[in-house]
Design a protein around this ligand. Structure first.
Ligand code: NZQ
Ligand code: ZN
Length: 385
């Protein structure tokens, strides 16, 4: 196992009717900005419950944070928050609202140009407003981690900002608030979580038996419970397990002490910028192709994954690996996601253009071995067609 420091300061309130517990977390004399997206938080009742819990507080609402949160929108929120001397932010929504709010929390007290926070990937953050998160869509894990993924469309940029100041102070996970997620988002959430686990598991062995078994446990839960959420969306136990799996999938626990990959995620951001693909759909297409092209470097873990996740123990090593990749693809498709560009709403995929953009954005030599070159990326993209 590799050396590591693990510190996760986010307090979690899990379960039905837990939104009311936020009252005890935010001091009464704070000026709170409640942030949300396009309206789902109103429809599923989360926003109402939050407002009821915060009766008597000085509250400002800031809605309209879009999927793949946009810098320009967030800056509007920053201006309002500064004017109203907001000193607590409470995000109510999915990963986009939570990420956008975390970025605002760093930008509000920042004296330089806020774009620098994005440009320098969070290294300039030395303080941030406290953030709470009420989750309505389980997928990103943002509610219990130090990342915010922010887009600036006019510059064709989608980038991860990371800093310890970005951990939410608390996260409320009420599974009933995810009942209204449309099927597309259920599938997206399960596949995104699956990909988060693979980014931290599917590398090379370092003797991290604890991390491996935790990761494998989460993968099994996703495979078993994910399809049930599609057919029985108001099943509390199913939603609870998917929600907790999403949070644990990216709160630092399973990645501590093991190598991490993240190439699919970083390439995926470029595909969202270029083609507007949902984040999870960039992964459902890229991950199987990446596993195929990068099978040599990931060989031992792929064989372990084949045996422990898919029960594939016979056949040559190549056959077992191929079998595991096919099973992965079939699972993504079963959850309603495409595994090829031609199954997405994408027309005219221009591989040369994607490669140019990857180069411009420095997306070279990624992965756990820093060996994902542009040439390898071209092969991966060709397999995705
Ligand atoms: O805008 P509203 O009206 O809220 O609608 C949203 C949005 O249209 C809707 N939704 C959310 N909760 C719902 C609901 N609809 C019905 N019922 C509910 N209960 O779902 C749509 C998608 O929401 P979004 O927040 O964009 O989804 P998700 O949670 O998948 O977040 C995606 C974003 O997270 C980033 C992605 O890059 C992407 O920008 N990620 C953040 C990470 C992190 N901070 O650690 C890691 C991830 O890898 C990911 O990159
Ligand atoms: Zn993701």
């Amino acid at each position: 196992m590799l050396n590591f420091t693990f510190h996760n300061p986010t307090k979690v309130f899990f379960g039905q009717d837990t939104i009311r517990q936020i009252t005890g977390e935010i001091p009464k004399d704070y000026r709170v900005m409640i942030t949300f997206g396009g309206g789902s938080a109103r429809q599923n009742g989360a926003l109402d419950e939050v407002q009821t819990a915060l009766q008597g507080y000085d509250v400002t609402l800031f809605g309209g944070i879009e999927p793949n949160p946009e810098y320009e929108t967030l800056i509007k929120g920053v201006m309002i928050a500064r004017e109203k001397k907001i000193n607590y932010l409470l995000a109510v929504g999915g990963g986009s609202v939570i990420d956008g709010t975390k970025f605002m929390a760093a930008a509000i007290p920042f004296s330089g140009a806020p774009f620098l926070l994005l440009e320098n990937k969070g290294s300039d953050i030395h303080r941030a407003l406290p953030v709470g998160a009420v989750v309505t869509l389980s997928a990103s894990g943002s509610e219990m981690n130090n990342r915010a993924i922010i887009s600036r469309r006019n510059l064709m940029v989608k980038r991860a900002v990371m800093n310890p100041f970005l951990f939410p102070r608390f996260a409320v996970l009420d599974p009933t608030k995810t009942y209204t997620m449309p099927a597309r988002q259920i599938g997206n959430g399960v596949v995104d979580t699956f990909a988060h686990v693979l980014e931290q598991y599917m590398t090379y062995p370092v003797g991290g038996a604890v991390q491996d078994r935790l990761a494998e446990g989460l993968l099994h839960v996703l495979i078993e419970e994910g399809p049930k959420a599609l057919t029985d969306p108001e099943n509390y136990d199913v939603r609870s397990n998917l929600m907790w799996a999403a949070t644990l999938g990216l709160n630092g626990l399973i990645g501590a002490g093991v190598p991490q990959d993240w190439a699919a995620h970083r390439f995926g951001y470029e595909l969202t910028v270029l083609y507007g693909l949902d984040h999870a759909r960039t992964l459902s297409v890229l991950v199987p192709a990446m596993l195929q092209v990068r099978a040599r470097g990931k060989r031992q873990k792929l064989l372990q994954y084949a045996a422990r996740i898919w029960g594939i123990t016979s056949g040559s090593k190549e056959e077992r690996i191929e079998g595991a990749i096919n099973k992965t693809k079939m699972f993504f498709e079963f959850m309603g996601l495409p595994t090829r560009f031609n199954a997405c709403d994408m027309t005219n995929v221009d591989i040369d253009r994607i490669i140019r953009m990857l180069e411009e954005h420095g997306m070279v030599n990624l992965g756990e071995n820093n060996d994902v070159t542009l040439e390898m990326m071209r092969k991966i993209l060709e397999l995705c067609l």
